[in-house]
Design a protein around this ligand. Structure first.
Ligand code: PLP
Length: 491
């Protein structure tokens, strides 16, 4: 086997190969290699490059998953991308962006190129990258202790965050309890665990176009075969799927309620259903926004059958829609358990569930938790995030951003008939290309990236462009980003 030594910092971004028969060969800045592969992260099918060509091979090559070709010259990004292809599992996304710094709504790559960020690490930077209050809170916490494990010792940031989340909870007015975990998928799974114990029932109802994560139960609950589910079965039992409203594609609230009633007649006895789990704005599914009446009607239906309503706000929460939680904007809607994640940690891994005490208290000591859930650094960061969101006028400005952005997107859509719908809630906005293929969205994401804008697509067909800029993005960056966006459509 060929031994490959890389000392890029010494070689100025070059890769040195030791040949089997002795001698070395060096690839440097002058080398243009074609680095190939399909980006498997469906959220950003356009941010595609992926490097499956072995760094040890200067030749043009293709792997089984390759379907795109991008020229990469000997930049720092090339070196790191090549190393990534060599050492990182290809099942994890392979984007062309190699980050050096991020601040507010800007990312700078390792070659000094600046990008406007409309992705926020998939909705995790609602208050911008490296918000000073978050960075200060993390540094201060780091001076005290990094890890404790809540199972071993109680620490105040966890308790204080739970208190703050109780105050903000949309789950009724009574006492609230919170469990903190590491990821959205883990939080979703814990919501189901609690719902099952609280009701003594097993079945879970989920919806078309849902995304709840990639662990076994969360993946089962997710509604997209490629890339999330294909080949990963068998799936968890007792998960039932039904249509959610999708007015642009002809499914109204009435249709969706009728579908649920049909499900309860045809497939699952509602008396055995522990919970329904729904995103108020389906994120990965295409920013499909539940109509104003639907969540209230769903709440009613759940109450009638003793079913718990789990509100998955991993993507739509923490101010993304202009209110703390999207569900607050739906009259008559009252979830029993809230699921949150992403932006709550300000960039650190944190997620969790908050629910009414009488539900959460049904699960006894030792039955929930994990080693790192509610890590002290993440809790400190989250407290700073909540402080920023509570600042006078922050959410009002987020709603203004929503109006501005919607106006701009509608104007863009009016000039581009290939765009079928602009939709969303507050500043959580997207547009869907009428054609149900990923071609236009993918091309747009790629072109925008080349021009300095990081964008994400989403949707079952990958034909939706979603905007997740920081809610406090400057007018200048917003305008620049939107200008790149529009000129990149069909370019
Ligand atoms: N739920 C929703 C609505 C999400 O958007 C996501 C992630 O995109 C998840 C759950 C899973 O979160 P994580 O990737 O942190 O496991």
């Amino acid at each position: 086997m060929k031994e490959v030594r890389r000392h890029p910092e010494l070689l100025g971004g070059r890769v040195e190969e030791k040949q089997a028969g002795g001698g070395t060969r060096t690839h440097g800045r002058s080398l243009t290699r074609r680095v190939l592969c399909q980006l498997s992260y469906s959220g950003a099918p356009g941010m595609v490059v992926g490097a499956t060509a072995s760094a040890a091979s200067p030749d043009e090559s293709r792997s089984a998953c390759d379907n795109r070709v991008v020229s990469v010259t000997g930049t720092h990004a090339e070196r790191i991308t090549a190393e990534r292809a060599r050492y990182v599992a290809p099942g994890a996304t392979t984007p062309p962006l190699v980050v050096a710094r991020a601040e507010g709504s800007r990312i700078t790559d390792v070659d000094g190129r600046s990008y406007i960020d409309f992705a926020g690490g998939i909705g995790c930077q609602n208050i911008g990258h490296r918000h000073p209050a978050v960075v200060a809170a993390i540094k201060e916490q780091a001076d005290h202790y990094l890890h404790q494990c809540f199972i071993v010792g109680t620490y105040e940031p966890y308790v204080e965050l739970s208190r703050r989340l109780a105050e903000l909870s949309p789950c009724g007015t009574g006492e609230q309890r919170t469990l903190l975990v590491n990821s959205g998928a883990e939080a979703v799974e814990n919501a189901v665990k609690v719902a099952r114990v609280a009701t003594g029932r097993q079945a879970v109802v989920v919806f078309d176009n849902a995304f709840h994560g990639r662990t076994l139960l969360a993946m089962t609950m997710t509604s997209k075969v490629k890339p999330y589910k294909g080949g990963f079965g068998p799936f968890a039992p007792e998960v039932y799927r039904v249509s959610a409203p999708y007015p642009y594609r002809g499914i109204s609230s009435d249709d969706a309620i009728a579908a649920l009633e049909h499900l309860f007649k045809a497939d699952v006895d509602p008396a055995t259903v522990a919970c329904v789990v729904l995103e108020p704005v389906q994120g990965e599914g295409g920013f499909i926004t539940m109509p104003p009446d639907y969540l209230g009607r769903l709440t009613e239906l759940c109450r009638a059958h003793g079913i718990l309503y789990v509100d998955d706000e991993v993507q739509s929460g923490v101010g993304r829609t202009g209110t703390m939680w999207a569900v607050e904007q739906y009259q008559g809607a009252e979830p029993d358990i809230l699921v949150f994640g992403k932006s709550i940690g300000g960039g650190l891994p944190l997620a969790g569930i908050t629910g009414r005490a009488e539900i959460m208290d049904t699960v006894g000591p030792g039955r929930l938790g994990g080693t790192f859930g509610g890590n002290p650094l993440s809790c400190a960061a989250a407290l700073a995030v909540l402080d920023v969101l509570a600042e006078d006028g922050f959410l009002a400005r987020a709603r203004e951003l929503g109006s501005t952005l919607r106006g701009r997107l509608e104007a863009i859509a009016a000039r581009h008939p290939e765009i079928g719908e602009v939709r969303g809630l507050g500043p959580m906005l997207a547009f869907e290309f009428a054609e149900q293929t990923h071609d236009r969205a993918r091309a747009l994401v790629e072109t925008a990236f080349e021009r300095g804008l990081v964008l994400l697509s989403c949707g079952l067909y990958g034909n939706v462009i979603r905007l997740l800029p920081p809610l406090n993005i400057s007018a200048h960056d917003l305008e620049e980003g939107l200008a790149i966006l529009e000129t990149s459509i069909g370019a």
